[in-house]
Design a protein around this ligand. Structure first.
Ligand SMILES: C[S@@+](CC[C@H](N)C(=O)[O-])C[C@H]1O[C@@H](n2cnc3c(N)ncnc32)[C@H](O)[C@@H]1O
Length: 398
């Protein structure tokens, strides 16, 4: 079945069309958000799906390190008519020798370069963008009976969708600096290779090794602590399991087509990591493992979840009080892993606890969470509230 419009106008290695239903469920679980960020844009499968669902607000931030890819998006946004005209000319002359002629010459204008990239992407072998070490497009000709070189309706819809979007060529670290509290971020990095031979990280010159995967995991933690809602996909490997073990991890299977050899295609396991709990249809598959965070610095993540629950249930003043205390401790260089639910549950007899000179209210939900009896002085401001979860990490079983 053909997707609606706008849809990705390029076929991209690691394209996420297959994972889309799971990604959309994750976005649904993230709840409302301010701006959307996609720093490993590629073909932009999730971005276009969110656009089709009408879920994007103004000032969406898209980026990718590949300047040629980004230029194609910018070109479509700024001059879709020019690109369509050029693509029609390519379509009229399309054949193997014309393909190599276009491949061999980079045009001087943005419109020309954007149309060239779309044309080569639609007509090259396997339909995938590939660059050599010099950053030159090097995929060979693909013999398709009827390649869709100029999908005018979709290109116009893509251009209209991009009108309000900020799109730049940048590294994900620079892109992460633009993320604010309550923003939604989707990280879809080049995958950690399942085996050495399976590596396909050459989307552009550079590559994405273990150091980059680790830097990305640190960025994930920083943004989650900042109060952004973060989603990430990657391959299921010992490294990715270790890097994200304190977050919500779902294992999903997906068919890969990166390798041109048929025998190397097939189902591989991928992970979907979220900084927030998944509470929709997947909940019934969710196995709570009850383990406490173990990675140094992760206590901030636990605190973030606590604050998120408090804010959602009408206890923003209590969340602010926690921040006040933690800020004070940070300034004094004090490292702490305070369990705030223990504080908010009061003593065993229901008396309020005092931390750093401030008295904290006793919350009935916190008492329930800690397995303590409810006491008459405990407050419960939100009729709908259910006790917060005990865990910070878990895994969806299949
Ligand atoms: C898995 S693909 C993204 C696929 C995309 N989600 C889709 O639906 O087509 C990864 C992308 O990350 C980009 N990339 C690689 N290293 C990067 C970096 N350090 N910062 C930002 N983008 C990078 C690549 O150019 C590539 O387009």
């Amino acid at each position: 079945m053909k997707e609606g419009i706008p849809r990705p106008f390029l076929k991209w290695v690691g394209g996420k069309r297959q994972l889309l239903p799971k990604l959309l469920e994750a976005v649904e679980c993230a709840g409302s958000f301010r701006r959307y960020h996609e720093p490993f844009l590629g073909g932009g499968a999730l971005f276009f799906a969110l656009a089709r669902e009408g879920l994007l607000s103004a000032r969406t931030q898209l980026s990718d390190i590949n300047p040629n890819l980004v230029e194609a998006y910018q070109g479509l946004r700024d001059n879709v008519g020019g690109i369509i005209g050029t693509l029609k000319r390519h379509r009229a002359r399309h054949c193997e020798s014309y393909f190599y002629q276009v491949r061999g010459r980079v045009p001087p204008t943005q419109v020309g370069r954007a149309a060239r990239l779309i044309y080569l992407n639609k007509t090259c072998f396997n339909g995938l963008y590939r660059e050599n070490r010099k950053g030159e497009f090097n995929a060979p000709f693909g013999s398709y009976a009827n390649p869709n070189i100029c999908d005018e309706e979709n290109l116009r819809s893509v251009a209209a969708t991009l009108a309000d979007v900020d799109i730049e060529a940048r590294d994900f670290l620079a892109a992460a600096k633009l993320v604010r509290r309550e923003d939604l971020v989707y990280f879809d990095p080049p995958y950690d290779p399942v085996s050495k031979t399976a590596a396909f990280t050459s989307y552009s010159k550079g590559g994405f090794g273990v150091d980059s995967q680790e830097a990305l995991a640190r960025t994930f933690v920083t943004l989650a602590q900042k109060g952004a809602k973060v989603i990430l996909s990657n391959s299921l490997t010992p490294l990715t399991k270790e890097l994200y073990k304190d977050f919500y991890i779902s294992e999903v299977s997906a068919k890969r087509v990166v390798n041109s050899r048929g025998d190397r295609r097939g189902a591989v396991m991928e992970v979907l990591v979220t900084s927030f709990p998944i509470t929709s249809a997947w909940r019934s598959h969710y196995r709570i493992n009850g383990s406490a965070p173990t990675v140094a610095g992760m206590s901030g993540f636990e605190r973030m979840l606590t604050k998120q629950w408090l804010a959602e249930n009408n206890y923003q003043d209590v969340a602010d009080l926690i921040d006040e205390v933690v800020d004070e401790w940070n300034k004094a260089g004090k490292q702490t892993r305070r369990n705030w639910w223990e504080v908010l549950a009061g003593t065993a007899s229901g008396k309020p606890r005092t931390v750093a000179g401030r008295q904290f209210p006793v919350l009935r939900a916190a008492q329930e969470r800690q397995g303590l009896p409810a006491t008459p002085n405990a407050i419960s401001r939100n009729q709908e509230e259910s006790p917060p979860r005990i865990k910070v990490s878990g895994r969806w079983t299949r």
